[in-house]
Design a protein around this ligand. Sequence first.
Ligand SMILES: Cc1cc2nc3c(=O)[nH]c(=O)nc-3n(C[C@H](O)[C@H](O)[C@H](O)COP(=O)(O)OP(=O)(O)OC[C@H]3O[C@@H](n4cnc5c(N)ncnc54)[C@H](O)[C@@H]3O)c2cc1C
Length: 429
Amino acid sequence: MAAAVTLVSAGQSVTLIESRKRLGGRASSFVDQESGETVDNCQHVAMGCCTAFLEFCRTTGLSDQLRRERQLTFLAPRHRPCTFTSAPLPAPFHLAPAFARIPYLSWSEKFAFGRAAAALAWSHPKTLQGRNFLTWLQDHGQTERLIRRVWEVLLVSALSESMDRIDASYARKVLVDGFLTNRTGWEVYVPRIPLDALFTDRVLPWLSERGAHIEMGTAVERLEFDGNRVLGVQLRDGRLINADQVIVTVPWHRLGQLLGPELLHSCQIPDSTQLQSAPITSVHLWLDQPLMPQRSVVLVERLCQWVFLHPEQPGQSGAAQQVWRYQVVISASRMLKGVSREETVARVWHELRDIFPEAANATLQHARVVTEHRAVYSPLPGVDAYRPSQKTAVANLFLAGDWTQTDWPATMESAVLSGNRAAQLICES
Ligand SMILES: Cc1cc2nc3c(=O)[nH]c(=O)nc-3n(C[C@H](O)[C@H](O)[C@H](O)COP(=O)(O)OP(=O)(O)OC[C@H]3O[C@@H](n4cnc5c(N)ncnc54)[C@H](O)[C@@H]3O)c2cc1C
């Protein structure tokens, strides 16, 4: 989508081919049969530092559908809620007062975190690349409790990976871009409407009105290659679409199949089969009462990592009776492998009732568990060696996607950056 937006804005003629009947890819929605509601596969949020994604939203008229959260609530077991917000201080000190107020850390832990955070920020990213971040933390005096209570909360949902599987340069990226560089990088933008309503209902007409041709519900079978240039794409429905330039934007695990061995070899890109995937689970709960006063909370040392109230006000979704819908996000959810849906819901519901005793009388009316097993590529130590550039050795073939080389972890920001860069390369060629 980002590549198409940049190309049509530059006056290029664009055909966008999408195998599904909607836009958005992994940031998508489906209709839940039981409630009849449109439900996101998982809550997607952007941080204030996701400037390319926020610019994409501005360009395509989506900004008014993003709610900007300037305050976050952290809840740790047996501690009062902790409200996190910027103080009127310049970066990087804007969050220091909020951090100092965290009730579930001792002063010595706060100082130990501060020292490690400063060491991480001062390190050159190149010296961190390939290093296991958990080992780095241990080498920098971070206790297990501090890692669980701060670093895990900071990184596991931002990178969608567990602490033992993170490249130290990616941890630095989150800390520096999100929390230190400017006063608003850490803020969270939450869509007010389902992802499908954002991307299919808004970006699609935006593109069509500007002359882009969109083919949906039709997959690309393979690329036509004459040994030198890509001639076009062969669709599964038998049609051949000729093209002067092609951007392939499929995920890492689909690239080989689409390109085929000859073209893949000619691209001279790193072996993307070396990229591993991380799962994300979201648990959707329909309740007859509100769970909490906040619209979203971050949970510390829990199975559930984030809880979001569905953006619509209760009762607005057409239900006669008032219903509160929550989404619980569990990133790097390997601990749920082999756990049945019923058991997952039971664990989540038990935990939430423990955290929010005021919801003890709430009735869980309906629940839905969605696990995306290949949600994102894993930011494993050394992962950058397998992320290709948007430019390939085949002159008219480009790559885009969150997993290509952008300096960013697997996010909508990375996807947009890569699409913009691929489009820019075409405009310059
Ligand atoms: C559960 C979950 C939670 C997430 N949470 C967040 C979050 O909170 N914030 C955030 O920034 N990011 C989040 N992400 C990551 C984000 O969704 C991705 O980084 C982003 O969507 C990647 O976009 P992309 O265009 O690179 O790839 P994709 O979204 O995977 O798009 C690739 C597209 O190619 C299409 N396609 C595949 N094969 C073919 C073919 N042969 N022919 C035609 N079309 C084809 C697919 O249908 C798909 O639409 C999350 C991801 C998941 C799964």
